[in-house]
Structure formats: structure tokens, C-alpha cells
Design a protein around this ligand. Structure first.
Ligand SMILES: Cc1cc2nc3c(=O)[nH]c(=O)nc-3n(C[C@H](O)[C@H](O)[C@H](O)COP(=O)(O)OP(=O)(O)OC[C@H]3O[C@@H](n4cnc5c(N)ncnc54)[C@H](O)[C@@H]3O)c2cc1C
Length: 463
């Protein structure tokens, strides 16, 4: 009995020291603060937990979410093919020694080595660091288009994807209940801006979903369902291999999505969208997928940025800010395979950078040696729903069912937790045999659904 009390006291003592950031001898351990629980930030922490001996450093994660969001499959949350939680990899499940701190980092003081964190209650607090790793990703990039801020919907996080599904089903309900032909047509017209991978996947998959959902709206006609995909670029998937763009455009056309290239919007109203060519499209839905902008925190450090991305060297260190590292969408990491131009803002780069930056942060603490970042592009996969996809694994262009199989296999491998993998696999199997579930969840009523509110951009103040 006495022995067990002593052991319990010892465990409590060690735990209290761990939380105070002290080692067994009571010395202060260096504190590594990682900002962001995405592919990049979580990758750094996983690597540090694996590489650093226990007690070598105190690891802290600052992020507003308690999970890594597997964004690549987000359009399938909007279609209902995947349940939202199945794309959320739990931070507490993935990390053992890291102390999570839920909140937004809003300012960095590199001289005092502190960051300001606005926690869940909205109260700011400061957190000291010895090494700071910035990986807060990006936000939806919007422009000063009249009405976009009020009426545009985003597709960057789980709340936006769940909201969009509800919103689209609500439009079908309104259309079903209306006696006016014009009203029915407007409710059944959906506009997606941005023919990059997010917009292209979304338009292709949502068109398929809404047409299938009509099985439960017998008074609506498939001919009334219109999905428009707009982009200022002259082709679909402008950032990817031309062959992928051509393959995706073909599927979109066959599926009935109206693709309008070299076209964007000049005004968004609650019930209509005006296009740059002057056309007015009656519609109650505009989804904005026209790119991302680096987290505004990166422009607040007084260090160099390129298009809002914090400039780092090939080891992820920020020049002039001792002890600060940055990576992922928010950083301009030189891509050695492209003559040092900033690496693309893709999950593939963010994942690779997570491991590489973790190694270099450990090296800065005396464990191992720094190595510059090098990663050759392995290709891209674009899931268009059903048996359609386009992909170019290792540069080999694929389309149709083979591409769809490669795409899904790739996603299952890339999902970094076995439980999430199993749930997503089960969702796909069930989806292949079951009818679509046409139900709204009722989250987030309209006034709270603007891009700025969902992505909490007010935390960063005026640019
Ligand atoms: C819908 C969609 C589909 C995509 N599909 C693909 C695809 O198929 N293939 C591909 O390669 N890429 C894809 N991408 C791009 C890919 O998701 C990004 O390149 C990748 O997520 C970047 O990783 P990251 O870790 O830098 O940022 P993120 O994964 O965005 O993570 C950023 C993290 O920082 C947190 N954070 C934000 N602000 C703060 C703050 N102030 N303080 C603390 N933490 C903060 C966030 O909550 C999040 O945890 C897609 C993106 C989207 C939105």
C-alpha cells in the first residue's frame, strides 16, 4: 500500500515538472511551440516526438482545431460520401508527448520570444518559446467583389463543407415547394468560381449528387439542375498538367456541368450572380474556390514575404529571426527541384516538409544534422466522383476507372491514421451500394456562414 502511494506521488511529481517544462533535475527544458495542426505542423510534431529523447524538449501545439483536416477529400463531405469526422485525424490520438493549446496565434514577438494566442474564450495570452515553428496554412482568398463577402460560401474547412451540403439541399426543398418556374430555376442553379482542383472536384461531384438526390424530389426535373464552373484561366485545372485539365473538362462536359473559362463574377446578390461577360445568372448559391491566401500572421513578423508567404531558407529557418522556422502553405519554401522557386501550396509538399522541418528543428536543439528540403513532385490525383478521376502518378496520365482506383488508393494511404482510413474506406463501400442520404443536419444558420465568419479572419485585424 505504502509503495503504491509513493509511486503515485512520484508519477504526479514527474508530470507536474513535465507541465512546467522542467527535466528530472528541475532544469528548464527548451520549449518548441508549433503553430498549426495541419499536414505541416502535425508532421513536425510527429517527427520531433519520434526523434527527440523523452525530456529533451517541451513540445506545445497551438491550433484552433484539435485535428488535422484531410482537405483533399473535403468535397466528398459536401456530397455526403464521407462523414465529416472521418476526415479529422485526432491530434490527441496522433501525439503522445505534445501539450495541445487550443487557440489562434495572432502575433509573434521575436525579440522577447513570445507569441500571443487568442484562446477559445476570446481572451489573449502569451506563450514563451525557444523554437517557434509556424505552419498556420492559408485562408480563402477573396476579392473586393460587391456582395461576395455577404453571399459567397467557402470550401476550406469542415464547417463550410457541411454547411454547403445543407444549403444545397435547402435550395432543392425551396424549389420543390415553389410554384414559380423562375424561382425553381434559380434555386436549382449553383455557381462555383475557381476551376482549380477544389472547384473542379466540387462541381463534378455536386452535380452528380444533386441529380441523384432528385430521386427524392419527384416534382423536380434533372434538366433544371445547373452547375456552372467559372475561371479566369483559359483552361480547367490551370495549375496542373494540361492532360489532367483536358481529361477533367471532358468529364465535366459529359456530366452536364457548364464550364465558362476566362470568366469570373463582378457582383453577387442573394438571388443572382453577375458574370464578367455581363450575363446575369439567377442563383442563390455561389461557392468561392478561387484560391487561398497565406495566413495573415505571416505578414506581421517584420520579415520578408512573397505574396504573403514568409520567406525561409532551404532549412525552413526565417532569415533574421533566430529560432523561428516556417513551412507549408504559409511559407515560401525554396523548391530545389525548381531552381529555388517557392514550393507549391499542396498537401504533398506540406507532408514532406513536416518531416524535413521536424528533422531540422531537432538538429537546432543538438539532435542530428540539418538537411535542406528536397522533394520531387510525385504527380496529382483529382477525384471527380463515381468511377471518374484524372491522375498522373509519377507523370503517367490516367483517366476513368483506373484513375479513380489509383486516386482512392492514394487517399487511403495518405490518410495518416488507421482509424480514419478504415472509416473512409467503409464510407466508400457503403456509398457504392446505398442510396444517397438526403437530409440536412441544420448546423450553422445563414448569418454565420460567410467566409470571414467561418474562417475567423477578424482575429488578424486590418491587413
Ligand atoms: C478543399 C481543398 C482540397 C484540397 N485538395 C488538395 C489535393 O487534392 N491535393 C493537394 O496536394 N492539396 C490539396 N489541397 C491543399 C492542401 O490542403 C494544402 O496545401 C495543405 O493543407 C497545406 O498544409 P498546411 O499544414 O500548410 O496547412 P493546413 O493543412 O491548412 O493547416 C493549417 C493549420 O493551422 C491552423 N491554424 C490556422 N490559423 C491558425 C492560427 N492563427 N494559429 C494557430 N493555428 C492556426 C489550422 O486550424 C490548421 O490546423 C486542398 C485544399 C483544400 C482547401
Amino acid at each position: 500500500m505504502r509503495n503504491s502511494i509513493t509511486v503515485a506521488r512520484l508519477v504526479r511529481h514527474v508530470e507536474a515538472r513535465r507541465l512546467r517544462g522542467q527535466d528530472d533535475a528541475g532544469r528548464r527544458r527548451p520549449r518548441v511551440v508549433v503553430v498549426g495542426s495541419g499536414y505541416a505542423g502535425l508532421g513536425v510534431l510527429r517527427h520531433l516526438e519520434a526523434r527527440l529523447p523523452a525530456g529533451a524538449a517541451e513540445l506545445v501545439l497551438v491550433s484552433p482545431t484539435d485535428h488535422l483536416l484531410y482537405t483533399s477529400l473535403l468535397p466528398q463531405v459536401a456530397t455526403g460520401d464521407i462523414e465529416p469526422r472521418h476526415l479529422a485525424v485526432s491530434v490527441r490520438g496522433a501525439l503522445r508527448r505534445t501539450v495541445p493549446h487550443l487557440g489562434h496565434a495572432t502575433a509573434v514577438d521575436a525579440t522577447r520570444r513570445e507569441i500571443t494566442v487568442v484562446g477559445m474564450t476570446g481572451e489573449p495570452s502569451t506563450l514563451a518559446w525557444d523554437r517557434l515553428v509556424l505552419a498556420p496554412g492559408a485562408l480563402t482568398r477573396t476579392f473586393d467583389i460587391p456582395g461576395l463577402a455577404e453571399h459567397g460560401l467557402g470550401m476550406k474547412n469542415l464547417a463550410e463543407a457541411v454547411y454547403l451540403r445543407d444549403h444545397v439541399l435547402r435550395q432543392l426543398e425551396y424549389a420543390d415547394a415553389s410554384d414559380s418556374d423562375a424561382e425553381r430555376r434559380a434555386r436549382c442553379t449553383f455557381v462555383v468560381v475557381g476551376a482549380g482542383y477544389t472547384g473542379t472536384e466540387l462541381a463534378a461531384q455536386m452535380r452528380r449528387f444533386t441529380v441523384e438526390a432528385l430521386g427524392q424530389f419527384p416534382r423536380l426535373d434533372a434538366a433544371q439542375i445547373r452547375w456552372l464552373l467559372l475561371d479566369l484561366a483559359p483552361r480547367v485545372l490551370p495549375e496542373l498538367d494540361e492532360r489532367l485539365g483536358a481529361g477533367a473538362a471532358k468529364v465535366l462536359r459529359e456530366r452536364g456541368v457548364e464550364v465558362r473559362l476566362e470568366t469570373s463574377v463582378t457582383e453577387v446578390r442573394a438571388d443572382a450572380v453577375t458574370l464578367t461577360d455581363g450575363a446575369v445568372i439567377p442563383s442563390h448559391t455561389l461557392v468561392w474556390c478561387a484560391g487561398v491566401t497565406p495566413n495573415p500572421l505571416m505578414s506581421r513578423l517584420g520579415a520578408e514575404t512573397v505574396k504573403g508567404r514568409l520567406v525561409v531558407d532551404e532549412n525552413f529557418q526565417v532569415p533574421g529571426l533566430d529560432g523561428v522556422f516556417a513551412l507549408g502553405d504559409a511559407a515560401a519554401v525554396p523548391d530545389a527541384t525548381k531552381g529555388g522557386a517557392p514550393a507549391g501550396q499542396t498537401a504533398q509538399h506540406a507532408v514532406r516538409q513536416g518531416g524535413a522541418a521536424g528533422r531540422n528543428v531537432a538538429a537546432s536543439l543538438g539532435y542530428g544534422r540539418m538537411r535542406p528540403y528536397r522533394h520531387r513532385d510525385l504527380g496529382f490525383v483529382v477525384d471527380l466522383g463515381g468511377a471518374d478521376a484524372v491522375a498522373n502518378p509519377l507523370g503517367l496520365p490516367l483517366s476513368g476507372p483506373l484513375a479513380a482506383a489509383v486516386t482512392r488508393g492514394y487517399h487511403l494511404l495518405a490518410l495518416s491514421a488507421a482509424a480514419n482510413r478504415a472509416y473512409v474506406g467503409a464510407d466508400w463501400l457503403l456509398g457504392a451500394v446505398a442510396r444517397p442520404r438526403v437530409v440536412q443536419l441544420g448546423f450553422l444558420p445563414p448569418p454565420n456562414a460567410t467566409i470571414a465568419q467561418v474562417e475567423q479572419t477578424e482575429l488578424y485585424g486590418a491587413p
